[in-house]
Design a protein around this ligand. Structure first.
Ligand code: SF4
Ligand code: SF4
Ligand code: FES
Length: 566
């Protein structure tokens, strides 16, 4: 079966073509002798994964749990033993009732060796250690250790392993082979071939995970180099995943390179809000500026991957159109004001309208907590018309969802969404003058079919917005609110998985988190409150919404939780 990925038709595939880190059958166990002790482990896992499960790390470059095994870097060597057998091929049992082992003098690669009954594994023997040292010396023959200038410093396996497992000196006195540098591989990727250890992870990712057979190894011997097919570019919509999985600094992201040393970055676990998939991410920020997103592994959502669009989807928060101060007044009479003044003025004005004269258009990209609070306020004001704007897009059968909103199910669960049915009624109401007051929360109303004349007709237009747009230009009150990395909250992805967003950076300028603004608006409009912190709000939401009953923040965990909405 074929599906569209970017501008290409590709074979339909699963998100994880390989799952070497997950045992095929957890019930089927084998006994192995691991670093001096007999232990029981799931059959079929390879030695790298088994070692990991005991907290022992076997260094590796080419092995990746979600790619095929290529076994070409030889870094994961270990010493292997097999049960001694008698002439009838039966294992010889020692006085402790365990098989006697015969250690093979030649090391084996852990990534390509699944554990079997009676196998012996030594990851820390003199032979294993000596072999690692030799491989490091071999890898560094032509490879520069240019860490002070390399953008991968701090995350480079070559740097780490050369310190931990290398010898500290080279016997290679000849000139090093100098491979291509600064190769413009694609729209978002630069390749420094001389740093490449030829692990082929990038080649296998492109080929196996996104079915784009564009990368390969060219030339021979020590002149081997990674290259894209002649005349083609590596512009796949998932290309930046290769930067994450490249174990050295050979592939770098044009967007991130030379912007920040990784050890300065604060890491915050969160979720991408670029579409309904909700890929798990780590936000890298420093001093309230976001520098990068990287995928956080979650087999229930995005495996180890995310799309390039989502990865670069934070720049809009730093756009020059960002609204950082509350404004009120229209046209030339528009002025920057304080939060207190704007709240009091909204409080005064909104009471003049009846519930059926007010309409609210919210965003299905808001968090559940914000949507819940907005719906509570709407009910208190007896608002009749409320809805969200849907954003369908062409999904790609891999990660990108057909729903470009990140929390459509949250908007449904909280009752804010009427699946677009109310949008037409609201537009009609504005045009015939029955709707006089409109609240647009994190949405530009032109996306719902409103034109400037419609918005100008309203007596009163409030918008909570991140960026300047037509709605904010025409609103009587503009409230600067938070982007998805600037707040805590939860969202529900298209597969009904409840996931947590965490605050990575502060809201810029005088902007505030949406829930705080909504709480205050409830107060000034005489609706009461009782919500004084995010935790209060979360608990109130959990108490009132059936699908969330019994949950607490901790139960959701970093990897999210499947819930039932219907
Ligand atoms: S560019 Fe990186 S991922 Fe690709 S083969 Fe070289 S070292 Fe491996
Ligand atoms: S697939 Fe969607 S959720 Fe995942 S990274 Fe891309 S835009 Fe973000
Ligand atoms: S990780 Fe096993 S050979 Fe590369």
């Amino acid at each position: 079966m074929k599906a569209r990925l970017g501008n290409k038709m590709v074979k339909k595939h699963s998100m994880n073509p390989f799952n070497h880190d997950i045992p095929a059958n957890r019930e089927e166990m084998v006994n192995i002798h691991f670093n001096g002790e007999w232990v029981e482990v799931p059959k079929g896992l390879n030695v790298v994964e088994v070692a990991k499960s005991f907290g022992e790390f076997i260094p590796h470059y080419c092995y990746h749990p979600k790619l095929s095994i290529s076994g070409n870097c030889r870094m994961c060597l270990f010493e292997m033993g097999m049960p001694k057998r008698d002439p009838e091929r039966k294992p010889i049992i020692d006085k402790n009732g365990k098989p006697e082992l015969m250690w093979i003098p030649k090391p084996q690669i852990g990534c390509a060796t699944p554990v079997t009954e009676g196998m012996g594994v030594r990851t820390d023997s003199p032979l294993a250690k000596e072999c690692r040292k030799a491989i490091m010396e071999f890898l560094l023959i032509n490879h520069p250790l240019d860490c002070p200038i390399c953008d991968q410093a701090g995350e480079c396996k070559l740097q780490e392993y050369s310190t931990e497992y290398g010898s500290g000196e080279s016997r290679f006195v000849e000139d090093k082979v100098k491979k291509p540098k600064n190769v413009d591989l694609g729209e978002r990727i630069v390749l420094d071939d001389e740093r490449c250890v030829l692990c082929t992870r990038c080649v296998r990712f492109a080929n196996e995970v996104v079915n784009d057979d564009i990368l390969g190894i060219v030339n021979r011997g020590s002149y081997n180099a990674i290259a894209a097919h002649e005349g083609q570019r590596f512009d796949n919509p998932y290309s930046l995943n290769t930067v994450d999985i490249c174990p050295v600094g050979a592939l770098t992201s044009k967007d991130f390179r030379f912007k920040m040393r990784v050890w300065f970055l604060k890491e915050t676990k969160s979720v991408c809000s670029g579409c309904g998939t909700g890929c798990n991410i780590t936000v890298g920020s420093r001093q309230d500026t976001v520098y990068r997103f990287t995928p956080r592994s979650n087999d229930a959502v995005n495996s180890h991957w995310m799309c390039d669009k989502g990865r670069l989807g934070f720049h809009y928060l730093q756009d020059e159109k960002r609204i950082t101060e509350p404004h009120m007044g229209k046209g030339k009479l528009r002025f920057i004001t304080t939060w207190e003044q704007i709240y009091l003025e909204i409080g005064k004005q909104i009471k003049k309208f009846k519930g059926e004269e007010i309409a609210i258009i919210a965003s299905a990209r808001m968090t559940n907590e914000e949507l819940f609070l907005l719906k509570t306020w709407a009910d208190e004001l007896s608002v009749v018309f409320m809805d969200v704007i849907s954003r369908p897009q062409e999904g790609d059968n891999f990660l990108r969802s057909q729903d470009c909103n990140s929390n459509t199910l949250g908007a449904t669960m909280t009752g804010v969404s009427n699946r677009g049915k109310n949008l037409k009624k609201i537009l009609k109401g504005v045009r015939d003058g029955s709707i006089k007051c409109m609240i647009a929360w994190q949405e530009d109303l032109t996306e719902a079919g409103f034109v400037s004349q419609d918005l100008e007709k309203l007596d009163f237009l409030i918008t909570a917005s991140i960026l300047k747009n037509t709605t904010s230009d025409l609103a009587s009150f503009v409230l600067p609110v938070a982007g998805f990395v600037e707040k805590r909250g939860t969202m529900i992805n298209v597969h009904s998985r409840l996931q947590r967003l965490n605050k990575a950076v502060a809201v810029p300028g005088k902007g505030k988190e949406d829930w705080e603004v909504l709480c205050r608006l409830r107060e000034v409009t005489g609706c009461g409150n009782g919500v004084h912190s995010f935790d209060d709000l979360f608990q109130s939401m959990v108490k009132n919404l059936k699908p969330l009953k019994g949950l607490n923040w901790g139960k959701i965990t970093d990897l999210g939780l499947d819930i039932k909405i219907y």
